[in-house]
Design a protein around this ligand. Structure first.
Ligand code: GUN
Length: 292
């Protein structure tokens, strides 16, 4: 069984970026907008900020109250669009329910859309154009892992579990662009097992801890586990110092004998998402310098 080591690959990418920044005297900047105080969003934003600082990307972060008005949020986005020190803009998702997410995301300047969530960025991905606009970081990170491990998707039966705008939907487009035969499964799918049993490669991005066990798989399948699920370790619900661990959507221990390759959680796709975001920010900075 081959362990697809996203941690090592992402460290390599980060080192490469750090060298480019130093060699070319770049001053890339990432604007980060965090709304509300969701614990998971705060953790992700902190991880992204730390990764930026480590390789020499400045981050300019704005925190807004959970009840911020949509027009105030859009004003912040426009301010970042106009700030020449900011080359990429990240609006941490999910946004509070009263905000129209796509309306806000599509106010980001397309040149600074390092998350790839603008409708034009997504449209370019769907049309498989040669545009230099960005694609969403998590699916791109998955595709980069496959590329580096020389796992070809052309003509393969590929199942994507989950159809979110952040992962499943753009990932299925990327796979189609690489000539995979793509099946997208989701919460309403009847008989998930029938689809997964036939898959050469499975991407799991549904957020259900340990959903996939060996009963769902054929021998020698490749698994890319995108799930990041926090589950309690100790069973006592009233325990004060509740301890948690992070698991994926796949029961790693159960499937490891049957798969030909698999990403661990943590240490698989997660670090690749951040490395891809950093890469996009450096690329946006290089493009902005060309224009000046
Ligand atoms: N929330 C969960 N994943 C992501 C991501 O890749 N980007 C942003 N902005 N928010 C997220």
């Amino acid at each position: 069984m081959l362990l697809i080591d996203g941690k090592t690959v992402s460290n390599k990418i980060k080192l490469e970026l750090e060298e480019i920044i130093k060699k070319d005297n770049l001053t890339p900047g990432l604007g980060i907008i965090l709304i509300g105080d969701r614990e998971d969003s705060k953790v992700y934003v902190n991880m992204k900020k730390k990764a930026c600082s480590k390789i020499g990307i400045r981050n300019i972060d704005v925190k807004l109250d959970v009840d911020v008005r949509e027009d105030s949020l859009i004003k912040e986005v426009i301010r970042m669009n106009e700030n020449d020190n900011i080359h990429g803009i990240l609006i941490q998702l999910p946004l509070p329910k009263h905000i129209n997410t796509q309306n806000v995301l599509s106010k980001v300047s397309i040149k600074k859309d390092v998350d790839g969530f603008h409708s034009c960025s997504m449209g370019n991905l769907a049309l498989n154009t040669d545009s230099k606009y960005f694609a969403p970081c998590t699916p791109e990170g998955c595709m980069e892992l496959l590329r580096r491990y020389k796992i070809n998707v052309e003509g393969k039966n590929v199942v994507v579990i989950g159809k979110s705008n952040i992962v499943g939907m753009p990932l299925s487009l990327m796979l189609m662009n690489k000539d995979a035969t793509v099946t997208v499964c989701h919460i309403k799918t009847k008989n998930l097992k029938m689809h997964t049993k036939n898959a050469d490669i499975i991407f799991c991005a549904c957020g259900v801890p340990n959903l996939i066990n060996k009963e769902y798989l054929k021998q020698d399948v490749v698994i890319i586990d995108i799930g990041i699920n926090k589950i309690p370790i100790n069973e006592q619900h009233d325990c004060k110092d509740k301890k948690y661990k992070i698991v994926g959507d796949v029961d790693f221990e159960d499937v490891k004998e049957i798969v030909s390759a698999i990403t661990p959680v943590p240490g698989g796709v997660g670090p690749m998402t951040i490395a891809t975001l950093l890469k996009h920010t450096v690329e946006a900075c290089i493009e902005a310098n060309k224009e000046n």
